[in-house]
Structures are given as C-alpha cells and as structure tokens.
Design a protein around this ligand. Sequence first.
Ligand SMILES: Nc1ncnc2c1ncn2[C@@H]1O[C@H](COP(=O)(O)OP(=O)(O)O)[C@@H](O)[C@H]1O
Ligand SMILES: [Mg+2]
Length: 305
Amino acid sequence: MSIPLLVKDLVKVYSVKGKNTKALDGLSLTCSRPMILSLLGRNGSGKTTFVKIATGQLLADSGKLEIFGHNVIESPGEVRNMISLVPQECRPWGHLTPREHIYHYQRILGNTREGSKDRTQYVADMLNLGSIMDTEAVNLSGGQRQLIIVGMALSAEAEIYFLDEPTIGLDIITRKNVWNAINHYKKMNRTIILTTHYLDEAAALSDEIAVVSRGKLVAQGTLAQLREKVEYNTRIKTTKGLIGDSLKGHGRLLQDEEYEILYTDDSMVEEIILSAGLLKSHVEISPIGLEDVFISLVGESIDED
Ligand SMILES: Nc1ncnc2c1ncn2[C@@H]1O[C@H](COP(=O)(O)OP(=O)(O)O)[C@@H](O)[C@H]1O
Ligand SMILES: [Mg+2]
C-alpha cells in the first residue's frame, strides 16, 4: 500500500530578473499514514512553494514528490481528484455569497445539483457558516471571506487536503471551528498538510510537525520527538535583569526588552534559583513548549538575519 505523501530532495529555484532564490533546497518529508502534518517555518522558508509543487501549480527543478505512489512531478494530473487546497492569499468573488461559492465549486468538481446542495449545507454546518451563507462576499469581513475559501476546499472529497495558512485572520472561536473540521476529516482517515504560524494550532492539531528552514527539513516528528531534539527541556522566565549574564553558562539565555528566558535542564533548576538568589514567585518555570522547540530549531537563522 502506498503512503499518502513522500517528498525527497525537492529543489526549486526562482529566477527573477537574473536573481536566483533557492526556495527549496533539498526538502524531504513523509506522511507514512493518514495524519495531520503541520509545516512550520519562518516567512520565506519555502512552505508555499512546496504546497504549490505538490498541488501541481508549479514545477520543481529536481527531486521526488509522490502522493499515494503517484509521481506528482511527472504527472500532476493523476492526483487532481485526490487533493484539495486552500491556497495562500486567495480571495473569493465579491458578488457571490458563501453558499454560491461552495455550490458552484461542487458543480465544477462534477457533483450533481442535489449533491452540491447537500454538500454545501454539510460544510456550512461543519464550519458554522449559517448566518453568513447568503451574504455577498464584499459585505463580509476579511476573516469571513477566508472562511469561504476554507469551505470550498473542505467541500471537496479528497484524500489529502493542503491547507496553506487556512486560519490566518480568523478569531479564536472561528479558528476552533476550522480545527474541528480538520479533526473530523482526520477521523475519516484523510491526510491534512497544514501550514500555520499559530503554534498553539499546530500543537493542538498535529500528529506530526515538520520544521522547515531555508527550504530544508530541520526535523519531523511528534511534538514529544521534537522536544527530544532540543538540548534543554525546561524554561525559566523572569523579568529582565533577574537572571542576567552571570547564568549564561547554565543554559541558553534569550533576552528581550522585558523578559529573560533561560533554557536549561530540569535538574539544574534548584541550583539556578539558589545561585541567582531568585524567589520562586519571581520566576515562571515550565517544560518547554512548541514555541521554544521552534525557536531552538530555527533560532540560528533568527540570529543571522
Ligand atoms: N514567485 C516567486 N518569484 C520569486 N521568488 C519567490 C516567488 N515565490 C516565493 N519566492 C521566494 O521563495 C522563498 C520561499 O517563499 P515561500 O515558499 O512563499 O515561503 P513561505 O511560504 O514559507 O513563507 C522566499 O525567499 C520568497 O521570497
Ligand atoms: Mg507561505
């Protein structure tokens, strides 16, 4: 049985006016079973370029990309019926309502009139679109317009959904409706490839997370597996000036205008608190979360930029 997604050594260079940008520099990823895989990476790390190649909108320069064993690089058309997409930066038509968008999209996909109507209602219920279903897009908010695009993509019966920042600009309650929909599709054994900058979203939804930097995979795994790749397992956060440079040797120190964060090992915590003369009430001690893992894994490039 072939696996949902296999990406190996994918390379893509954009050439614009003699300037070359290596957007993908040998990207490799795998979804070995139906799952929610989140792609995390800083702006410009190549996530959208990857999604465009996987969905047949852009040609790769080299490398391998297979969806259920079909070679997408050579024949992108073969997987057209298996995939659905929320593209980054896509706008609905101003004078059509959400109902019309989803209905006509279903008709384009080949569904019958009755089937399209049913499917439209199914998506409206799933995403809680009830009150806005018959309002023209021009009269909706930016977030509500984004929901139309998400609704269209989720209306398709696909095996793999590529969702490129689907929840951008949505309020937390609406985002959670989208999360429920994504989880619902996962329960139906579908694969969801999600890019997001909301780390709480990635942590809440993902079976696995792939961290991408400069067009390459830095690490892929469950959150627990990614945590193990990071040198320190504990964070100590205080207001600026309490830890200071004196404790640099005890871990990795990050400072900003207001706070200091020392990444360290849980076995060191007591000693650090004592030697810095800190009161426990002045510090926040917690196991590292996805944000810390992310910063640690792609942190070098932050420092360089
Ligand atoms: N159409 C394009 N022409 C030239 N360069 C591009 C184009 N699209 C993206 N890039 C460049 O490729 C890199 C990766 O971009 P992108 O895939 O959009 O990253 P991400 O989605 O992770 O933010 C960036 O450096 C970006 O400037
Ligand atoms: Mg992008």
